[in-house]
Design a protein around this ligand. Sequence first.
Ligand SMILES: Nc1ncnc2c1ncn2[C@@H]1O[C@H](COP(=O)(O)OP(=O)(O)O)[C@@H](O)[C@H]1O
Ligand SMILES: [Mg+2]
Length: 282
Amino acid sequence: MSSVTYVEPAESEPEIALIGGDVTEGVVRVGNTVRRPVGFNAPLVHALLRHLEAVGFAGAPRFLGIDAAGREVLTFITGEVAGRPRPAWIADEARLASVGRLVRAYDDAVAGFVLPAGVRPASGLVEQPDMPPAPPYPAELVGHMDFTPDNIVFQDGKAAALIDFDLAKPASRVDEVYNAMLHWAPLGDPVDAAPLLQDVDVPRRCRILADAYEMPDTDRSRLVEVAVLRSRRAWFSMKQIAEEQGGGWARMWQEGIGDQIKRREAWLERNGAAIETALTAP
Ligand SMILES: Nc1ncnc2c1ncn2[C@@H]1O[C@H](COP(=O)(O)OP(=O)(O)O)[C@@H](O)[C@H]1O
Ligand SMILES: [Mg+2]
């Protein structure tokens, strides 16, 4: 299914390297398209992007096929992506709210997506015996689950599109909002945050995201529990992916993402109550 061949336009265009992601080598722009190596989760991602196109969801690239070099071809979405160092607007609360609305719009658009027969999420992850338990809440949809500032395109100061669906997998809506908070509140020890996000009011920013998502009360009361359990598991899963996939994942592990996750766990112990209060206050 994902083997549809992309037909190049008559006029050839130069390849321009796209940087910003942590993981995928060789992402380039060619004219109005992006070329990416086909990742381990490609069958799911291609079916997912087709679903989003079919339901008319504007906040994702279209999947156009596979080029002669075997790369996936996606539409290029114009706009701003944060990049590093983070831009001055990274802590802006109006942008933050727009992220919450985009995540909600995506979750609603994907809610009717059913994995095609034979397509399985490929996280590359195998459950390990010493891994802490997952949150006890069932998956509700195929989540994006990677709302980093490098994976959101802004237009006119608002989050307009999600890119990089490599980590898409069945998830609950709380998992999705947790992931958005992780990167945008952000959740974690301030020493690990971008300078402009080190002194922000994190519980307040969590509330802004939850309100923009229109998160129901039950989910608000589950958020901190999910954050703690997902963080505990993240240490194990990041280690395993680094060992099995190598590349950018191994580099992140060597650069200390494991220690960063441990600092996040400790920070959540200290700040979880304040976040829960902010989320559930009338
Ligand atoms: N469809 C797209 N439209 C616009 N920019 C894109 C698109 N795909 C990728 N990019 C840009 O390229 C960067 C890296 O691509 P991404 O798919 O996120 O790879 P990685 O797996 O390395 O994170 C993004 O952060 C973004 O700036
Ligand atoms: Mg990315």
